[in-house]
Design a protein around this ligand. Structure first.
Ligand code: SAH
Ligand code: SF4
Length: 372
């Protein structure tokens, strides 16, 4: 079977070139054509010998993901829905800001962690994406945006693994995909501008620290184990104390000297002053340099949960700030296209609708969630 060249980091590409009887440095040429220039066809690769292009045409492909839909918001946010087969769809969202362009990427179709406030979690797990499918989201977005803006300059400066799925439960595909993002011959993104967001898969946080440290965001959502067990079921396996220890170890090699904690604000569940004070005590005791990102919950019907009142979110943020923690409240973007992701907002609602549609048409139904 032909190899999908989007699956390879530079080392993998070198090995592939050698397997074709080619010099390993051809890998950097291929990388540049594919990732920097957006080539999808070997015929375009004018500085490669015709004999190599012919070999590639037989043995390799550059497998783009079929685009089911693309929506552009009035604020410039772009949301793509990609078809990954068998009735599964994944979402990718581009969020432009004055000083950066952030792409929010999915790592799995569905998710097995099953967080109570997450629509992806409610859908259950379908399958891991391949490294090529993770990279294809960036490859498509970067080059589609360049074309639209009529520029050869880089458009995407930041990547956040905050779309569908738990990236650290798809570790084998995540790491090569991250390496493509970081590679100077690939997208050349700085480690500080690539963020893995996790619900707290402790052993894999340690592996990421050793294999490919990038910025880390941890979805905390609660300061005590009883509440976190309920909201983020993986906490039963890796409780808060173990998670914070892993975060501390991560800082040994991390490109940033703090961990970002995400905290989804749920009315009457985790948003009181007492909860904020408990969070302050927890992180003071842990002595862990961190920042907080408060995410107003984006409701969907099956959750039975409500978004915190604006006043509660502000009061919560003030308590954290008064204790010396840098705290931001996540803005919603792309509301008109249900794409307030990057920051998974209305997007999760849309995701539910999309999946309902796909489910109705699917030949193979989406599987129920194996619980973490
Ligand atoms: N699985 C990873 C990354 C994807 S989720 C993780 O959990 O960190 C990305 C972020 O979106 C997480 O912080 C998650 O808690 C948040 N999120 C999920 N559903 C949400 C919702 N309905 N409203 C607001 N934020 C949500
Ligand atoms: Fe999975 Fe993250 Fe959603 Fe939890 S919040 S179910 S880990 S995608």
């Amino acid at each position: 079977m032909a190899a999908n060249l989007l699956d390879f980091d530079l080392e993998g590409m070198s090995a592939f070139c050698e397997s074709l009887g080619e010099k390993h440095f051809r890998a950097t040429q291929l990388f540049r054509w594919i990732h920097q220039k957006g080539a999808s066809d070997f015929g375009q690769m004018s500085d490669l010998a015709k004999s190599l292009r012919d070999k590639l045409a037989i043995n390799a492909t550059i497998m783009a993901l079929p685009v089911t839909s693309e929506h552009v918001s009035a604020d410039g946010t772009v949301k793509w829905l990609f078809d990954v087969g068998a009735g599964d769809a994944i979402e990718t969202v581009f969020i432009p800001e004055d000083d950066r362009g952030t792409l929010c990427i999915s790592s799995q179709a569905g998710c097995a962690v099953g967080c109570r406030f997450c629509s992806t979690g409610h859908q259950g797990f379908s399958r891991n994406l391949t490294a090529g499918e993770i990279v294809a989201q960036l490859w498509h977005a970067e080059h589609a945006l360049r074309q639209r803006r009529n520029t050869s300059d880089r458009v995407i400066s930041n990547v956040v693994m905050m779309g569908m799925g738990e990236p650290l439960q798809n570790y084998a595909a995540l790491v090569p995909a991250l390496r493509v993002m970081l590679d100077d011959h690939g997208y050349g993104l700085s480690r500080r501008r690539v963020t893995v967001s996790t619900s707290g898969v402790v052993p894999m946080i340690d592996r990421l620290r050793d294999d490919c440290p990038v910025a880390l965001a941890v979805s905390l959502h609660a300061a005590d184990d009883a509440l976190r067990d309920d909201l983020v079921p993986i906490n039963r396996k890796y409780p808060i104390a173990e998670l914070l220890d892993a975060c501390k170890r991560y800082l040994d090699t991390a490109p940033r000297d703090f961990i970002t904690f995400e905290y989804c604000m749920l009315d009457g569940v985790n948003d009181s002053q007492a909860h904020a004070e408990a969070l302050v005590r927890l992180l003071r005791r842990a002595g862990l340099p961190c920042k907080f990102n408060l995410i107003p919950f984006n409701p969907f019907p099956e959750s039975g949960l409500r978004r915190s009142k604006r006043a509660s979110v502000i009061a919560f943020a003030q308590t954290l700030q008064a204790a010396g923690f840098v705290t931001t409240i996540r803005k919603t973007r792309g509301d008109d296209i249900d794409a307030a992701c990057g920051q998974l907002a209305g997007e999760v609602q849309d995701r539910t609708r999309v999946h309902e549609r796909l489910r109705r048409n699917a030949v193979i139904p989406i599987q129920p969630a194996p619980r973490a």
